[in-house]
Design a protein around this ligand. Sequence first.
Ligand code: CDT
Length: 324
Amino acid sequence: TRSIRIAAAQVGAVHLEDTRSHTLKRLINLLEQAVEKGAQVVLFPECTFTTFFPRHLFADEVVLESFFERGDITTAENTRGIFDRAKELSIDICIGFAEAADNGEHYNACVYYHAKTASILSKYRKIHLPGDFEPFPEPDAVNQLEKRYFKPGNLGFNAFRVPDLVEPSAENGEPIFGMMICNDRRWAESWRCLGLQGVEVVLTGYNTPGWAPQMWGSSSDQDPKDAREEAIFHHKLVMQAHSYTNACFSVSAARCGLDDGKYDLVGGSTIVGPDGKIIAEAKTEEDEVIIANCDLDLCSPSKKRTFDFGRHRRVEHYSLLTSQ
Ligand code: CDT
């Protein structure tokens, strides 16, 4: 069969003062829990190795640069531990990080690491950067300075086949994966680019604030509890709707909890089937592994009927999508 066991490693609060080695240990612990549950692939969140630093304005370049990874992520001192352990345990990982690239630019990136060959099979750089370049004037506003710290990704949305997860003789071949990062999941265009390549599993790490009225553009007298419920609702809405309309599984992993005791990030890590239904869901807002058996052949009926893109799409009416 083409059934694979996929996990999402949700990561709870990571504080500004937490050391790299402490956070890395937590990630490795989650990896080991996923292995104990029989996972073949585990997804980690966006910018997993540090706190979600784009909420802060850093005047000091050296401090800002300390949040970024450079060179080969699989061998760099601050990050290699998780790749080495994934290789030892024969488990593939997808993990997000802030990248200081060789071309001098900074990106919000993630990689798919293939344990058997100890190599990066695919890399993605976040395309839809949310938030602002300048912080809000209100001193207590929650900022999201991604437009200041990152360039929009330049690698496109590339689906890719992953070897060694199913029997080589399986009809329909090796599983087709795709990656996106956080805000990308709200955009139908990201999903359709992957859907058109026959994607069967979309992996999405995220950092989503539960209370950030300036950023969401919502009324500042909205009840914080309602705002956070709405943030979780919208997260699940897009994961479920887009999994359904692209006939694929999706896996989402949150960085969540109260960073520094005050910055609220929602949980809600999920695994969704091609029918749009949630098949696994985090129960906490802390470090937690969720897992599901994903029979990829369940994508086929919808890919062949309701969402057979070749037969039903009417591209002659879609030119607006790329002309503005
Ligand atoms: N990290 C990230 O992309 N967060 C955004 C915040 C909302 S921007 C209005 C998200 O889409 O969850």
